[in-house]
Ligand binder design. Structure first.
Ligand SMILES: C[S@@+](CC[C@H](N)C(=O)[O-])C[C@H]1O[C@@H](n2cnc3c(N)ncnc32)[C@H](O)[C@@H]1O
Length: 205
């Protein structure tokens, strides 16, 4: 995660891809994040791609283990008027009490965390009853995309610090015991073929 070359490279890649990602996902994210509470936990926020969608004044607890993301993340918080508390740590163990928060955000993170089942369980644990996990994630494909994912999985995993394009994240979320799960599936019209299809949705505790 904090590999001196790949950690930096991933931070640089996220920054370089920021506008492109915004063009691809902006509309979905705006809809997803429309009614967020004033206080949010975000796991793996990277360089802060989501902060532009949060209301100015939002209090954001960000759990980001890659220190090379921290400078740009802080800068994004200043730019968008977000009150940021930044913690090194992991989505799998958030060091928060049970039932403490109303919203946990995860975008393109459950592909990369070492233990996605533990990360989703942990999000559920820290949410209050009625609280929501809001997510945008790429998932395992079938057919031609599935073959492409199999071919690219290993180099992709190496380049992007553990990103696994073959995860069935929808199943992981549905199996976690939320009271309701709302998921939409879509394809990105993008050159990044292995990170298709994707899911967007909410899981309510
Ligand atoms: C592909 S990036 C996505 C960044 C951002 N969420 C976005 O949508 O642009 C994956 C992020 O997950 C972070 N990450 C990896 N393992 C993690 C873990 N165990 N807990 C929390 N974040 C993690 C990485 O450091 C990176 O910032």
């Amino acid at each position: 995660m904090n590999n001196p070359i790949r950690g930096r490279l991933n931070a640089a890649t996220l920054r370089a891809a920021d506008r492109y990602a915004q063009a691809l996902l902006g509309e979905r994210k705006r809809a997803l994040f429309a009614d967020l509470p004033d206080q949010i936990v975000e796991i793996g926020p990277g360089t802060g791609a989501n902060l532009r969608y949060y209301r100015p004044g939002t209090r954001l607890l960000a759990i980001e283990p890659n220190v090379h993301m921290h400078g740009p993340l802080r800068a994004a918080a200043r730019r968008h008027g977000i009150s940021l508390e930044l913690r090194l740590g992991s989505a799998e163990r958030m060091a928060l009490p049970d039932a403490a928060v109303d919203a946990v955000v995860s975008t393109l993170v459950l592909c990369t965390v070492p233990d996605p089942v533990a990360a989703v369980d942990e999000a559920r644990r820290v949410l209050r009853p009625g609280g929501r996990l809001l997510f945008v994630e790429h998932v395992r494909a079938g057919g031609g995309y599935g073959r492409l994912q199999r071919l690219t999985a290993r180099p992709w995993h190496w380049c992007f610090e553990g990103c696994d394009v073959r995860r069935d994240t929808e199943h992981t979320i549905r199996a976690a015991g939320f009271s309701s799960v709302d998921v939409q599936r879509y394809r990105l019209r993008s050159a990044f073929l292995p990170i298709n299809p994707q899911i967007v949705g909410t899981a309510t505790r």
